[in-house]
Write a protein that binds this ligand. Structure first.
Ligand code: RAM
Length: 340
C-alpha cells in the first residue's frame, strides 16, 4: 500500500517510520535462519491497515537484528480461521505471537496453548481477553477514540440529524469497545438532536460493508451521518455515498487511512476522520515483543519500551496505549495519503 513517493513522505514524518517495507501475503518475512521468529497474526488478509502495521513490524525486527517476522492472517476475519493460523504457528514453534483478535474470548484457549508451550503471546489493535495473552497494546485510549468519532460527526452535522454506526464484525474487541465509548459520549446533552438510530456490521469485508451502508440509507431516509470505526467500513461506506449520489446528504466519519479516504474527502462524502499511524503501531507492538523475548517484564504495573515510540505503562487490566490519534480533513489528507 505504500506509495512510490515514500522518500518524499519521509521528509515530514518521523524518520525511520518506513525504513522497512514488505508486500502483503500469507507469509512475508525477513529471512534469518538463526533468528527468533515473531508471528504477527492480523484479522484478515488484504487489509492495507494491517499491511502498514507489518511494515512497522519489519522495521522493528530489522533494527533489533536477529528477529524474523512472519506476517499472516486468515482470508476471512473469523475467530475460527484465526485459531487455525495460531495452531499452525504453535506447530512451527515460533518464539512470539502478536495478535489482532477477531474475538476476545474465543482466542483465549489458543493463546493459552501457545503460552503453555513457551511461546510469548501479546495482542495489539483488537485484544484477546486477559487470560490468553501477556499484555495488550491499544493504539490509543479507548474513551478518547470513541468520543472523538462522535465529536467529528457532530461537527460535520452541526449536532443535528440521525446517525448510524457501520462497524466491523460484532465479535471484534476493538470496535465493540469504541462503540461503548461512543455511547458514553452520546449521553451528553449537546447530542440531544443527533440520535443514534442503528448499528450494523460489515464484518471488515468490502462488499458486505458497502451493502450494509446502502441498507442503512434505505432503511433510514432521514439518515445524515455514519460513523465507521474501521478502515474497511469507512472506505466502503464512503464509496456507497459517492456511487449513490448521496454526497451532501449523508456524511461518513470514523477511522480511515488517508490513502484510502483521500478521494472521499475531496469529493465531500467525508468531512473529517481519524487514525493513528499504523506503521508506528506495528513497530511499537513488535518492539514490545522483542523486549519480552529478551527477558523484559510486560505484566500489569510494568513500564515497557516501544523503541522510538517511547515508553508506556501497563495497567492493572494488562493493557497499555501507544499514543494519540491524528485527525485528517481536506487540509492534510493528501499529504498523509502518501504515507499510510
Ligand atoms: C480495520 C480493522 C482494525 C482497526 C482499523 C481502524 O482495519 O478493523 O482492527 O483497528 O480498521
Amino acid at each position: 500500500m505504500l506509495k512510490t513517493n515514500r522518500r518524499e513522505a519521509l521528509k515530514f514524518l518521523s524518520a525511520g517510520a518506513l525504513a522497512a517495507s514488505a508486500g502483503s501475503g500469507l507469509f512475508v518475512g525477513i529471512a534469518r535462519a538463526d533468528g527468533k521468529r515473531i508471528a504477527m497474526v492480523v484479522k484478515n488478509l488484504g487489509n492495507s491497515y494491517f499491511d502498514a502495521c507489518s511494515n512497522g513490524a519489519m522495521e522493528a525486527a530489522k533494527a533489533a537484528g536477529g528477529f524474523e517476522i512472519i506476517y499472516t492472517a486468515p482470508t476471512k476475519a473469523t475467530a475460527e480461521d484465526q485459531i487455525a493460523v495460531i495452531d499452525s504457528l504453535i506447530a512451527q514453534k515460533v518464539d512470539g505471537i502478536i495478535v489482532s483478535s477477531n474475538d476476545a474470548n474465543a482466542l483465549v484457549p489458543a493463546g493459552k496453548k501457545a503460552m503453555d508451550r513457551g511461546i510469548k503471546v501479546i495482542s495489539f489493535d483488537s485484544a484477546i481477553a486477559k487470560e490468553g495473552r501477556i499484555m495488550h497494546l491499544n493504539a490509543s485510549s479507548t474513551p478518547l477514540i470513541g468520543a472523538k468519532q462522535v465529536q467529528m460527526i457532530a461537527k460535520t452535522l452541526g449536532g443535528k440529524g440521525e446517525v448510524a454506526i457501520l462497524s466491523a464484525a460484532s465479535t471484534m474487541t476493538n470496535q465493540n469497545s469504541w462503540i461503548e465509548a461512543m455511547k458514553e459520549e452520546w449521553k451528553k446533552p449537546e447530542y440531544a438532536e443527533m440520535p443514534l438510530v442503528a448499528t450494523v456490521y460489515g464484518d471488515d469485508q468490502d462488499d458486505k460493508s458497502y451493502r450494509e451502508m446502502q441498507g442503512l440509507v434505505k432503511a433510514y431516509p432521514n439518515l445524515k451521518g455514519v460513523i465507521s470505526p474501521t478502515t474497511i467500513g469507512i472506505r466502503a461506506g464512503a464509496k456507497a455515498i459517492m456511487d449513490g449520489g448521496l454526497v451532501g446528504k449523508v456524511f461518513i466519519t470514523g477511522l480511515g487511512l488517508p490513502s484510502e479516504m483521500k478521494e472521499a474527502v475531496l469529493a465531500g462524502a467525508c468531512d473529517t476522520f481519524a487514525i493513528w499511524n499504523p506503521v508506528d503501531y506495528g513497530y511499537a507492538s513488535t518492539q514490545i515483543m522483542i523486549n519480552i523475548l529478551n527477558g523484559a517484564e510486560a505484566g500489569p504495573g510494568s513500564t515497557v519500551s516501544m523503541g522510538r515510540m517511547g515508553e508506556t505503562k501497563v495497567g492493572d487490566d494488562g493493557e497499555a496505549a501507544m499514543g494519540e490519534p491524528f485527525v485528517f480533513d481536506k487540509s492534510n489528507v493528501e499529504k498523509f495519503a502518501a504515507i499510510f
